[in-house]
Ligand binder design. Structure first.
Ligand code: ADE
Length: 244
């Protein structure tokens, strides 16, 4: 899968993503992450890409033309752009729909994705109307720019690409698939700071371990994210267990 990230801070995005699992996946050829500097498409000698908003108001806006020229250059790098089609382009903004695991799965089906990071007070609406296909927010708070949001999206999507994680099963069986949070996990040593690993995990009894883990997931979800429980499919027994 190929990610093209349009940004004023390409180093931030590339350095942030080219480490750890995502970096290794890129080296293995499973992913490609290309950050493109919007400033390279500035059309004045100061290379500025921002200007005052019409109608007044605080701050500056990113101008339409540099963003558009950058987009046209990126399109030449995408299969759909080369075929004259409109590639999928996500604008990271608090105005978008809130990112979640379902949206990550939806985007993971794409071969190529363009992400546009805004700065200052936003981007001239006219270019957004022409190029954006999806508006995505990573949560109800305002960041100084879209880069961190784009990195969050790339990370969540990239780990769903087959081969990126060590075992594909781990992406399938984790939090949010069943609307439950993950159960607690333990590794060696058996006793640490006087705390003992729950004995059931040492029993070797797989069915009991699975049952315990599911109960723990349900308890955690009820405590930390009761909103998720409404969607979780609990058996009657589990429902009773929760009410106790
Ligand atoms: N840019 C600024 N804040 C943002 C947010 N919450 N999500 C996505 N992009 C943003």
């Amino acid at each position: 899968m190929k990610f093209h990230i349009m940004t004023l801070f390409p180093e931030m995005v590339e350095q942030g993503l080219r480490t750890s699992i995502i970096g290794r996946a890129e080296q293995k050829g499973l992913l490609s992450i290309q950050a493109v500097n919007i400033r390279d498409y500035a059309f004045n000698k100061h290379q500025s890409v921002d200007d005052y908003p019409y109608g007044g108001g605080a701050g500056m806006l990113m101008q339409a033309e540099p963003v558009y020229q950058c987009y046209k250059a990126v399109c030449q790098e995408t299969k759909e752009g080369l075929e004259g089609k409109k590639p999928r382009l996500v604008y990271l903004s608090p105005q978008g729909r809130t990112f979640n695991q379902n949206i990550a799965e939806e985007f993971a089906q794409e071969e190529e994705l363009i992400l546009l990071c805004g700065h200052y007070e936003g981007i001239d609406e006219r270019v957004l109307e022409e190029i954006v296909t999806d508006y995505v927010s990573i949560g109800d708070y305002v960041l100084t720019g879209g880069e961190l949001a784009a990195m969050v999206m790339v990370d969540a999507i990239a780990r769903l690409v087959p081969g990126v994680l060590h075992n594909d099963v781990s992406a399938e069986f984790e939090s949010f698939q069943d609307h439950l949070l993950e159960y607690p996990q333990y590794s060696r040593p058996e006793i640490w700071h006087d705390k003992q690993v729950p004995p059931i995990l040492l029993s070797g009894h797989h069915a009991n371990i699975e049952k315990w883990r599911r109960e723990q997931s349900i308890i955690r979800t009820a405590r930390n994210r009761p909103d998720l429980l409404e969607k979780a499919e609990l058996t009657e027994k589990e429902q009773k267990f929760l009410e106790e």
